[in-house]
Design a protein around this ligand. Sequence first.
Ligand SMILES: [Zn+2]
Length: 312
Amino acid sequence: MSSAATGMELVDLSIRIPLPGTPRRWVYPARDISLPFHAGSITAIVGESGCGKSVLALAAMGLLPAGTQTSGSIFARDIDVLAATESELRNVRGRGVGLIPQSAATHLTPVRTIGSTMAESLAIHGFPARPIDIAHLLRTVELDAETARRYPHEVSGGMAQRVLIALTCALEPTILVADEPTSALDADTAALVRRQLRDQANRGAAVVLITHDLVAARAAADHVAVMYAGQILETGPARVALRAPAHDYTRALLAALPENGLIPPPGTPSSLVDPHPAVCPWHQRVGVSCSAASLSAVGADHLVACDSAARC
Ligand SMILES: [Zn+2]
């Protein structure tokens, strides 16, 4: 780990997953990613759908699909998740690394009440919970105690997401990974999720917010990493990188926001299947020559990839 204040760190991380139905073709959702996630702050990983960012959430939990090959490391709670045994991973998940998934409803057991699922999950992680504790947890996400008696199919997607957040945050994980936690939620629930993430960071957690929504990232994050086709193209303080970006891909993402005229990024997103190692996928997409130079500093804690001439 590079510093005591780093909650999680990706070091030269590359991931390749076999392309289903093909014996020798691979999907590369992460290529040579080195990225710290600081304790006590929120780091957003932003990029278009399909850029590989959700695979990073699975990797941090040690939940990559069978047949996946990796190199590099993911340091979390002083262990390398990629080299850990299944029993070490069980200790890391929950109180070490907590995950708020994209679709909360599918993570609740359909045949059991929400209260019973919550009590069991807390007990597994060493927190025996009484009904009054469950009621208290539900109140932290502005749900009434009656919710504990309901089944997952009886609540909305937003309510299910609130339940999952209450449960994940109750374990006070050292590292909290939230994968598109506010997509498809009403504005009140989205605001509540952002407050919960900030509370967790204030408690000292390293919070990783994975999102395609730059407005959400700008509202919530202290640091940002901009990801494209399995690579980080820009990283830095959110107030710098999302207001005065140094990479043309970040500028293209910002141009797609409603406030900037909804101009979509040019071209079509690059495939993650068997990319050429020496070709920059973003600049290939927009027809600009680039030797795919790795990240270098352009300011304090502000790093940017690609040839300087290409990213103008
Ligand atoms: Zn480039």
